[in-house]
Ligand binder design. Structure first.
Ligand code: ADP
Ligand code: MG
Length: 485
């Protein structure tokens, strides 16, 4: 994937991407107040005096948010800074009642780290993390509630965000998308953010520039608040093409903040990019610096579960899965857990296939997630077991699975009730084979005359005659013996 190039009139261009992801910390309360954070509440129902910036109100740090930021830093193999400082980032906006955002500037809570991303071709790549800092979210302006007035909802004001900044290490829309997926998966594994992009718990500012391969970095444009993996992919591609056209026509790219409009498939300028000095950052005098001791950091580390990259390596090693299958299975911890439970009973590679192909297809069709799958992992395991011990064929298993999905009944019960047991009794199979040979003298003659490809057709006929219950391998062997002999 690293050789992704866009073609212009002057030759090939390389795309360079760096992401700033805002991830809402999973916490009952806001970063500096006790107000609630639940999604979907009535406007302004979750606003404390601190969040509304009433005079004289003082922020108090939420320890759980700090702990989650440290755990996230550790999960990104990053350096946790034992000393970090909150800073005021000053700007005016109607949805920011304080007139500044409490963020972190030159002394963030987490420094450099890295993430391994999995690409669709089965390869993987490391993307550097620049930093992770804690900050408060702003409120929301609502312009669609009244013909002449705008309203402000402060429910999000003060909600804890982690801003996770990558290095400009990505080189294609696919890599940018894979990065967002990998980050989301890590956050969900450790429970520091629910990763729900549709509800705004996670959103990405996507920085894009283009250059001729081998040249210095070009000027970047920042695409704000992109809220799905698909949009990340689209936005990168569209913005890169726009920049190439400008440069090839003799112009220069402006460093600016742009909006991606998916419905029109374009990006539009919002404002010229502000520089750090525009914000007049200074240490927040209402808050002490954060200081951690070794024991605190180690307790955070000890609380981390097995992470996606570790799980992927283990699945490849222990179950003999391909890198691709393993990466699909570990993307969600729910899927990974489901797989491991199901795989206990059958062949692990076959189990991977049944989860990623058969189960996913049926869940998709029913618009369900694995968490509300009508077939439990243990139930799928039972089905896999019936295939492994030869009770049913793979073909019958698919029908049984359909039935399980519909009715919620167990595999054994269905096989029993419908008499679907595979016929392994050679006598019964032989009778069916003889019958098919006797009924089709024309095909037998063609086969013996050299059209050996007809074997598949014969197997099909015998399977049909036995309602799919004959063991296909036994059928194949018997047919060959009788037709060739
Ligand atoms: P700011 O906070 O002003 O947006 P940063 O220097 O923190 O600026 O960088 C923000 C993001 O932009 C980072 O994710 C970084 O990787 C990315 N970035 C920096 N330079 C480029 C570039 N030339 N092309 C693409 N992305 C870039
Ligand atoms: Mg930025």
């Amino acid at each position: 994937m690293s050789d992704y190039r866009l073609k212009g009139e002057t030759g090939e261009w390389e795309v360079v991407i760096g992401l700033e992801v805002h991830a809402q910390v999973t916490s009952q309360a806001k970063l500096f107040s006790g107000a609630a954070t639940a999604f979907g509440a009535e406007p302004n129902a979750q606003v404390s005096l601190v969040d509304a910036a009433m005079p004289g109100m003082l922020p108090v740090i939420n320890g759980e948010c700090v702990r989650q930021a440290v755990r996230t830093g550790l999960a990104l193999s990053a350096a946790v800074n034992r000393h970090s400082v909150f800073a005021r980032k000053n700007y005016f906006y109607a949805d920011l009642p304080q007139g500044y955002q409490i963020s972190q500037y030159d002394q963030p809570i987490v420094g450099e780290g890295e993430i391994e991303i999995d690409l669709p071709d089965g390869t993987s790549k490391r993307v550097g993390i620049e930093r992770l800092h804690l900050e408060q979210d702003a409120g929301k302006s609502m312009h669609d509630q009244h013909p002449k007035k705008s309203f402000i909802d402060l429910n999000r004001s003060g909600v804890a965000l982690m801003e996770i900044v990558s290095k400009p290490d990505m080189r294609s829309p696919e890599e940018a998308a894979a990065y967002v997926s990998a980050l989301r998966s890590i956050l969900r594994y450790i429970g520091s953010c629910d990763g729900n992009m549709a509800e705004g718990s996670m959103r990405a500012d996507v920085n894009v520039s283009v250059r001729k391969p081998g040249e210095a970095l070009g000027t970047r444009a920042e695409l704000k608040n992109i809220n799905s993996v698909r949009f990340v992919r689209q936005a990168v591609e569209i913005e890169a093409r726009r920049q190439i056209e400008i440069i090839e026509n003799g112009g220069t790219v402006d460093q600016e903040t742009r909006l991606f409009d998916p419905s029109r498939g374009e990006t539009r300028s919002m404002r010229s990019k502000e520089e750090a000095h525009d914000y007049r950052y200074f240490p927040d005098p209402d808050l002490l610096p954060l200081e951690f001791d070794e024991a605190f950091v180690e307790a955070c580390r000890a609380s981390l579960p097995e992470l996606p990259a570790e799980k992927k390596a283990r699945f490849m090693e222990r179950y003999g899965l391909s890198a691709y299958d393993a990466s699909v299975l570990v993307a969600d911890w729910e899927t990974a857990a489901f797989y491991e439970e199901a795989a206990k009973h059958g062949d692990p590679k076959q189990a991977a296939n049944w989860v990623t192909v058969e189960l996913f297809a049926r869940l998709n069709k029913a618009d369900k997630t694995i968490a509300d799958s009508p077939v439990s992992a243990a139930a799928l395991g039972e089905l896999l077991g019936l295939m492994a011990d030869g009770t049913i064929s793979g073909k019958i298993a698919k029908d049984v699975f359909d039935e399980m999905f519909e009715s919620g009944e167990g595999a054994k019960a269905i096989v029993e009730a419908k008499g679907l047991k595979q016929i392994t009794d050679t006598g019964a199979i032989e009778a069916a084979v003889d019958q098919v040979i006797a009924d089709n003298p024309g095909q037998v003659e063609q086969y013996r005359g050299g059209k050996t490809g007809l074997i598949g057709w014969f197997v099909g006929q015998v399977m049909k005659a036995t309602q799919g219950k004959a063991n296909p391998q036994a059928v194949n062997e018997l047919l060959k013996k009788k037709l060739d002999g």
